[in-house]
Design a binder for this molecule. Structure first.
Ligand SMILES: Cc1cc2nc3c(=O)[nH]c(=O)nc-3n(C[C@H](O)[C@H](O)[C@H](O)COP(=O)(O)O)c2cc1C
Length: 378
């Protein structure tokens, strides 16, 4: 890694209508520390403000409507109180010189009647239950400790309602002061339930061929783009990842089509996760998407530098390293040591393991690792 290549990580990047001050992004990380009604609070404000030196902050997954909620203490963006709560976050980030996108996360079938209005049955593309013998939820994760129930398939008018909720949520994101919104179409959540062949057995406009399985995601993007243009909208995908029990008979075909369609639409950026996939996910999608691409998962300083230097990544997403190092940009730039994330606090309450990670100058430096020796926990 040459100094010149490292320097490129700290060049600005145009994303949609905004300019990022460096090529680092805080990848979306659910932390479940908002109020029970989904309203972000002062602790959330402090957490995001601390990380405003990172070029782009992408929030944790936010539910765009009540049926999209999958975890207790996760934030929402569908009430006036949510808008007010997020406004305090975005104001603090902007005052500290940062930029912030909201990640809209509808969990679809990965919910539970205990968390839904009137104990409703979770919804999905088709009535396909996640494997009830598999333990999909994470340790410490505040959700009912029982198998995911059988979901019900959305009717066509209901699908248009959900698309409308993504649009309404985008309008609320504007009111809340966000710089843009990102559709979470990865990790087995609702848009990926439409994309994947095992969870989408429909034979109407929203299922069957690749084009029709992609129709839900692309319709959401189009509806959301009506609010502030496509440059206000981004997408995250995780091709071929079987997390949460989703499978695709032809993942390369599906995601090649999705990347090309999103490229035509000129969205703000495409976040692509490669979660241990055997084929070259980034190399396959890069030539198909003409816009800023943000690779994510398992990045370290040398890997981030190499990705930007090669042009595969215009900017790079980092999750756990930024959770543990609010000033990761400065630590990378100066070659300073890194803190390790404390996994036991990922989904707990309060400031511990959340807002108490020090900046470099205040670090006790007892259990730090060199910036190029850090490896991400899996
Ligand atoms: C505690 C935790 C919560 C996460 N929550 C989300 C989420 O809400 N949305 C999302 O797209 N990815 C989520 N992810 C995945 C991260 O964005 C990221 O892709 C992953 O941590 C791998 O990147 P890393 O090796 O840099 O940590 C989460 C990861 C962790 C560890």
């Amino acid at each position: 890694m040459s100094g010149d290549q490292l320097h490129r990580l700290f060049e600005p990047l145009q994303v949609g209508t905004i300019s990022l001050k460096n090529r680092l992004a805080f990848a979306p990380c659910t932390r479940q520390r908002s109020n029970l009604d989904g309203t972000p609070n002062a602790l959330n404000v402090e957490y995001y403000r601390q990380r405003a030196g990172i070029g782009l902050l992408v929030t944790e997954g936010i539910y765009p409507d009540d049926m999209g909620k999958g975890y207790l203490f996760s934030p929402g963006l569908c009430t006036a109180s949510h808008v007010t709560g997020w406004r305090a976050v975005t104001d603090a980030v902007h005052a500290a010189g940062g930029k912030i996108f909201a990640q809209l996360m509808h969990v679809g079938r990965l919910s539970d009647p205990l968390m839904l209005p009137d104990n409703a049955t979770p919804i999905s593309a088709s009535a396909v239950q996640p494997d009830p013998t598999a333990r999909h939820y994470t340790v410490n994760c505040p959700r009912p400790k029982r198998p995911y129930p059988q979901p019900r398939a959305l009717t066509i008018p209901e699908i248009y309602d959900v698309i409308g909720h993504y649009k309404r949520c985008t309008q609320m994101a504007v009111e809340a002061g966000f710089d843009g919104v990102e559709v979470h179409s990865a990790s087995g959540y609702l848009p990926m339930q439409f994309l994947s062949t095992n969870t989408n057995t429909r034979d109407d406009d929203f299922g069957g061929s690749i084009e029709r399985r992609a129709n839900f995601l692309l319709s959401c993007v189009d509806a959301m783009s009506e609010v502030r243009g496509a440059s206000y909208v981004a997408v995250k995908v995780s091709p071929d990842w079987n997390f949460h029990n989703v499978f695709d008979d032809d993942a390369i075909g599906t995601y090649s089509y999705v990347a090309k369609e999103l490229s035509k639409r000129k969205i703000a950026y495409l976040q692509v996760g490669n979660y241990g996939i055997s084929w070259d996910v980034f190399g396959t999608l890069r030539p198909l998407f003409d816009g800023p691409m943000m690779p994510v998962a398992g990045f370290t300083r040398p890997k981030a530098v190499a990705s930007v230097a090669s042009g595969i990544g215009d900017f790079v997403g980092l999750g756990q390293a930024i959770m543990a190092n609010p000033d990761l940009d400065r630590r990378y730039q100066n070659g300073w040591e890194l803190e390790r994330p404390r996994l036991e606090f990922y989904y707990t309450q309060g400031s511990e393991g959340y807002t108490d990670y020090p900046v470099y100058e205040q670090s006790k430096r007892e259990e730090v690792v060199g910036p190029d020796d850090y490896t991400t926990p899996r």
